[in-house]
Write a new protein. Structure first.
Ligand SMILES: NC(=O)c1ccc[n+]([C@@H]2O[C@H](COP(=O)([O-])OP(=O)(O)OC[C@H]3O[C@@H](n4cnc5c(N)ncnc54)[C@H](O)[C@@H]3O)[C@@H](O)[C@H]2O)c1
Ligand SMILES: O=C(O)C(=O)CC1(C(=O)O)C=CC(O)C=C1
Length: 365
């Protein structure tokens, strides 16, 4: 029997999910997006098996309905679908970065006998839109589910059986815990990143060279400030109470740092950085257990064409790469080329391939 999946919202997350779920056996993935341009792209880029124009009609056949929409739009769709005629066993889920208000709205669906299990893949990017969608976006990432405490186990199993094709690690928590923890590791850092960019913008008015001096550190800590402002408006407002709590804690923390600076206390300042380094270095994100990217670092000499030479060797052996960038290049030192792969096997093949053509130093972390 074919499993019919309807995805509403085909941007970075909805599009990536659609691509991943097309790999599931006996599964038909249809999709809708508010934007006509995105619907056209979904068709030409084969993001879904079929693009639909009439969502309510498509929903009649769906076994799963997944929202890849901004979190406020998801709430609006949830209100609408209460009035649709749906399959009795349809399972509705979402991908939104917030869960409190969405699970509250889900109670209204529940009263009508409609199953809703909240979802949130903890992977993404500052890029948005369908052209940024990738089938392996969720591989090895945590994918949070927020079912009601007494959700029917069979519904959960059915959703897990579908989502396992994302190759993500599925975990279950409640909506309240979700919104607290994601405020700490995701939502508040987006506010901090944006605030640092605002601060640079102000400083730059007085010292116009400042932005030119922004190097790797500023780039790394502010990358997420380039995210879609509309997506982050909705997330921030839906999780505002948690965020105000995080902001109070941050202000206290800044006061603490200010105090040790005012005291000119070198031991406390060093201890401040040492403690942060110890905690950061022990995080799963640093050790690779949390979110694995298969990066290969290649020390390259600075001569024209060196990057296309290396990518050429990899292309000759059909080794596909997911990302490539150069870090820490200066005229007088070697550059480091960071090449990312989908999995360990590809990275090992690439190391062998590059070693057979060059004597460049390579390392994996
Ligand atoms: N960006 C991330 O890193 C990330 C990670 C995990 C989860 N999320 C969540 O995933 C969801 C989608 O985010 P994204 O990054 O894919 O955003 P996106 O901007 O890339 O895509 C959103 C898509 O939804 C469409 N859309 C907007 N309103 C709509 C509506 N009313 N009906 C149908 N389609 C509509 C847009 O046209 C767009 O194609 C959000 O809820 C977000 O919180 C984002
Ligand atoms: O990597 C990024 O650019 C992201 O912002 C991804 C990120 C995050 O880590 O904060 C953003 C929102 C989510 O809901 C999940 C993941």
């Amino acid at each position: 029997m074919t499993r019919n999946v309807l995805i509403i919202g085909l941007g970075l997350i909805g599009g990536s999910l659609a691509l991943a779920l097309q790999k599931a056996p006996k599964t038909k993935v249809v999709g809708y997006d508010l934007s006509g341009k995105t619907r056209n792209l979904a068709e030409t880029l084969n993001i879904v098996h079929e693009v639909v124009e009439d969502v309510e009609e498509a929903a009649k056949n769906a076994d799963f309905i997944i929202f890849g929409t901004p979190v406020n739009a998801t709430l609006q769709w949830m209100d609408e679908l209460k009035h649709w005629s749906l399959k009795q066993h349809v399972i509705i889920t979402d991908t939104g970065s917030t869960k409190g208000l969405i699970m509250k709205k889900a109670e209204e669906l529940r009263e009508k006998g409609i199953t809703f299990i909240g979802g949130h893949p903890m992977a993404g990017s500052h890029k948005s839109g369908i052209t940024a969608a990738k089938p392996y976006l969720f591989e090895n990432a945590y994918y949070i589910l927020t079912p009601f405490d007494d959700e029917d186990g069979n519904n959960l199993i059915a959703l897990e059986q579908l989502l396992k094709y994302t190759l993500a690690k599925l975990v279950k928590i409640n909506a309240e815990e979700h919104d607290h923890m994601t405020a700490v590791v995701s939502h508040f850092p987006h506010i901090v990143a944006a605030s640092l960019v605002h601060q640079l913008n102000e400083e730059n008015k007085r010292f116009p060279m400042t932005s030119m001096l922004a190097a790797g550190g500023f780039r790394d800590i502010t990358r997420i400030a380039s995210s879609n402002p509309m997506i982050w408006r909705d997330i921030t407002l839906q999780n505002r109470e948690e965020l105000i709590g995080q902001m109070d804690a941050w202000i206290d923390e800044m006061q603490r740092v200010k105090k040790i600076l005012l005291e000119n206390d070198d031991e406390s300042v060093e201890e401040y950085f040492r403690k942060a380094k110890d905690v950061r270095d022990a995080l799963p994100i640093s050790t690779g257990a949390f979110y694995t990217t298969y990066d290969l670092y290649v020390d390259i000499p600075d001569y024209p064409g060196v990057i296309s030479e290396i990518t050429g060797y990899l292309a000759d052996e059909n080794i596909s790469i997911t990302n490539i960038r150069v870090v820490e290049t200066r005229e007088d030192i070697f550059g480091i080329l960071v090449i990312s792969f989908q999995n360990e096997k590809d990275r090992e093949k690439a190391m062998k391939c590059i070693r057979s053509h060059t004597n460049f130093e390579m390392h994996v972390s």
